[in-house]
Design a binder for this molecule. Sequence first.
Ligand SMILES: Cc1cc2nc3c(=O)[nH]c(=O)nc-3n(C[C@H](O)[C@H](O)[C@H](O)COP(=O)(O)OP(=O)(O)OC[C@H]3O[C@@H](n4cnc5c(N)ncnc54)[C@H](O)[C@@H]3O)c2cc1C
Length: 650
Amino acid sequence: MTETTISEEFHAVGEDIADTKAPSGPIEKRWDERKFGAKLVNPANRRKLSVIVVGTGLAGASAAATLGEAGYQVRSFCYQDSPRRAHSIAAQGGINAAKNYRNDGDSIYRLFYDTVKGGDFRARESNVYRLAQVSVNIIDQCVAQGVPFAREYGGLLDNRSFGGVQVSRTFYARGQTGQQLLIGAYQALERQIAAGTVEMNTRHEMLELIMVDDRARGIVVRDMVTGEIETHTADAVVLATGGYGNVFFLSTNAMGCNTTATWRAHRKGAYFANPCYTQIHPTCIPVSGDYQSKLTLMSESLRNDGRIWVPKKGGDERAAVDIPEDERDYYLERIYPAFGNLVPRDIASRAAKYQCDDGKGVGPGGLGVYLDFAEAIQRLGLDAVKAKYGNLFDMYAQITGENPYETPMRIYPAVHYTMGGLWVDYDLSSNLTGLFVAGEANFSEHGANRLGASALMQGLADGYFVLPYTLANYLADGPYEPVDDDHAAVVEARQAVEDRIQKLLAIDGDRTVDSFHKELGQIMWDYCGMERSEEGLVKAIGMIRELKQEFWTNVKVTGANEEFNQTLERAGRVADFIELGELMCIDALNRRESCGGHFRVESQTEDGEALRQDAEFAYVSAWEYGDQQPTLHKEPLEYEYVEMKSRSYK
Ligand SMILES: Cc1cc2nc3c(=O)[nH]c(=O)nc-3n(C[C@H](O)[C@H](O)[C@H](O)COP(=O)(O)OP(=O)(O)OC[C@H]3O[C@@H](n4cnc5c(N)ncnc54)[C@H](O)[C@@H]3O)c2cc1C
C-alpha cells in the first residue's frame, strides 16, 4: 500500500478552493485597491445593521470597538466574567511593527519577507503584505490609546528582537505587552458599551452557529451562571475566539481556551484550514509532575540576552555553575551562527528536543536545557537585566523556587499557539457567507510557523484595520431579512444545543472529563507533537476514535444544566477537542512533508532539518466536515515576490 492510499483511507478529496477575494496587481497596492473597491455603508444606515462578535481578546475587542464606533449595532460575547480577562492578557513579549525606529534596515517589505519565510512558505503573500503594512498603524493607534510601551532615553519607543529576524522591531511593555494592549482595546470597547453601540454579554458561551438560507445569522449561547440557553441573531457573525492549543491538555494557553466556537462552525460547514500546524514554543518551564494542568511560558524576549546551552557530556549531574565554559555546548550559536539564540521557534524547539534525546538534557527526567543570563548580567549589569525582564524572572523564581539571577533557568518546549484555524479569504470571510473569523481563530498569515510577536499584530490588524472595511463591504448589501426566535433554523440550532447538554448529563459514567482530556493530550503530544510519523499518526487516529467512543458512554458530568456547572462546560469543550484532535492527525498524515511546526520524520534533510515538498504540498489544506470522514479541499499557494527556497538560519 502506498503512503497516499494510507492517508486517503481517512478522508475524501474534493474540489480545489480559491480565495476569490484575492487581489492582484503590485503587492504594495493590493490592500489600498481592495479598500477602495469595497462598498461603503452610509453612517445613517449603519445603526440598522447588526453584528455579533464572539470573543473579546485583542481581535474581538478591537473589532467590536471599531465597529461600534463606526455606528453598527454590535453584540459582544465572551465566556469570562470580564472582556479584559481574555487570554490575550497573558501575552508577554511584544508586538511587531515595521517602524524601523532602530534604523537597522527594517521595512514593510522586510517584515513581509521574514513572515513568509518564517512561515515556511505556507502563507498567502497578499495577506502577509497587508499585515506588514498595517503593523505601523497599530502602534500609532495603541500609543494614542495610552498603551505604555517601553521607551528609550530619547523618548522614542524601544524595540527588541524576536526569533527568526535580524532586526529589532518588537514593541513591548515589559513582559506584559498583551495585558497593556488589551487594556487599550478594552477601554475602547467600554467606551462603546457606555455609548450604547456595543451590548456586552460576559459569561456566555457560544455553543452553536445559526445558519439561515446559507448565511450565518446568529449564535446559540449558554448563560454560564444560570444555564439558560439563548439565541441571538444579526446580519453577520464574527468569531474571534482564539486558538485551540489546549487540545494537548498541557499548553501555555489560558485554561479556558478551547475550540468549541470554531468547531461548532466547522460542523455547520465552515472549512478548518491547516489544523495540524501547531507551534511548540522553545522557552517554557519544564513539566514537573503528573498533577500539572498548565505550563508556563518564559517569553521569547529572553532569547535576546539569554544564552541557551547544555553540558557537552551526557548525564552530567554537576550544578550549572560548576560546569566550566569549555564543557558547555551553546548549540544554537554553534549550529546556526547567523541567528544564534534567535532562530525561529520551530527550529529552537526541535534543537532542544534533540539535545535531550541525546541524553544531554538537564533537570528532572533530563527534559530541559539551560537559558543563562550570567553573561548578560556581566555585560549589562543586574539592574538593566531586572528592568527589562524582572517580572519574568520573578515568575520563574515563584514557580521553580530557583533564583534565575544566580543559576540558569531550565526550559523545555511546550505547546503554545495554533497556526491552523477556520479558513478565511482575503476579506477574513469564511466559506460560509456572513461568517467572518479574526485573530488566532483563523488560519491566515502565519503559514506553518508563526514568528514571535506576530500574533498580537495579527489580532489587532484584523480587528482595528481589516474587518472594519471588509465586513462593511458585506453589510452594505444588508440589512438582511429579520430572523425571529421561532424561525425553524433557530429552533433547530437551539434544540441541538439542549439535546447535547442532556446527552452529556445523562451518561453518568465512571471517568472524569479531565481524565479524557489528559489522555487525549498525551496522544496528541506523543504522535502529533514535535515529531510526527505515518505509523504514529495512524495509531493516534485509532486511539482517538476509541477515546471518543468511551467518552460518549463513560464520561461523568456532575450537576445540572440550570446552574453554574464547570464540569458541564468542560465536557462540551473536551468532546469538541476529541473530534478536532482526530482531524489534526488526519491533516498531519496527509501532509507528507516537513514545514514549520509540522515535522514529519519521513521528510528531513541529512542533518535533520525540515524538508518541504513544494511540488506536492504548496497548498493550504481546507477541511470540510463530514459525518463519516472529512473532505480535503486544496488552495494552491503561489509566490511571486519571495522566492520559495529552503529556510536557512545558519
Ligand atoms: C503565554 C502566552 C504568551 C504570549 N505572548 C505573545 C507575545 O508576546 N506576542 C504575540 O504576538 N503573541 C503572544 N502570544 C499569542 C497571543 O497571545 C494570542 O495568539 C492572541 O492573544 C490571541 O488573541 P485572540 O483575540 O485571537 O484570542 P483570545 O485572546 O484567546 O480571546 C478569545 C476570546 O474568545 C472568547 N471565546 C472563545 N470561545 C468562546 C465561546 N465558545 N463563546 C464565547 N466566547 C468565546 C473568550 O472568552 C475570549 O474573549 C502568547 C500566547 C501565550 C499563551
